[in-house]
Design a protein around this ligand. Sequence first.
Ligand SMILES: [Zn+2]
Length: 336
Amino acid sequence: MKTRRIIGLSIFATGLIWFQVAGRFEAHRIDEQRAARPVTQTRAAALRIDSDRLMEVVTMLSDLKFEGRAAGSPGGLAARAWLLERMKSIGLQPVSGSYVFPFTFTRMRVSGRVDGAGANVVGQCLGRDTKAPVFVVSSHYDHLGIRDGVVYPGADDNASGVAVMLAIAEHCQRTPFLRTVVFAAFDAEEAGLQGAKSFLIAPPFPKERISLNVNLDMVSRNDKREIFIAGTHPWPLLKAPLELVAKRAPITVLFGHDKPAAIAGGVEDWTNQSDHGPFNSAKIPFVYFGVEDHADYHQPTDMADKINRGFFVDVAETVLDAVLQLDVAFATVPPK
Ligand SMILES: [Zn+2]
């Protein structure tokens, strides 16, 4: 950039008109390059994710003492308290004066009406431009709890997503992004995306400020080292920056699971399968990261020791790369 500026100035010395032409050309080029420029030129050398801390979060949240983190259960409340302290220790700021946003919900089951309660844990990392539209990076911290006396630890689903979310928050606190990023640990996802729904019905700040949701749910294991990105079909402006990320990722990044199965050759549509669904319904673009279901999905065997640590760290790096790339790609214009 500096080189280009010096060339511009030398042109100024020889004629104002030429300077103006060069200046305009340069501005145009910078805009183009901004969207195309890889954020991490030396990915392999730049270890930005602390893999020990990543695993520490998964091991902690999937510990039996949290009893599978069912919304409203003693284990769920204990997990919430741990998360709150972790967000504070990372340095995240409260949103509208609070970190914890309680809500209630009602579900109609075959057995009748079921009332429930939960609370989202939310913190923000202030951006360099506090007026820019914000990103919401989300992951649900609840899981299935105890069923028939058996604890469902939910390591991949979704202690893994929470761990990656917190790793991005730590990076943001060290090196602030252009925009403010709100980190939302949603509760009661397993009870029907209740935390995300509540967040959008009663947002802790005007939801018009949200330009994108990046949702993480099950991101730590896949035998083929593949992760899916959903969201670029309904929100095609996201495709170009995310393709750049996919190209340089150390894992296989696949696009899909974001259109009706009828037009996708029977491939399952995940648009309403996790917390990005309510954002999409509210006309807010989303990017979802997640793996295909595995043998331990929604089983008591979804434990931390099943996680593929190498893949998990590579996914975390890829998600961080994506958030950084989108932060730059949509520096001035939100992806709506
Ligand atoms: Zn999940």
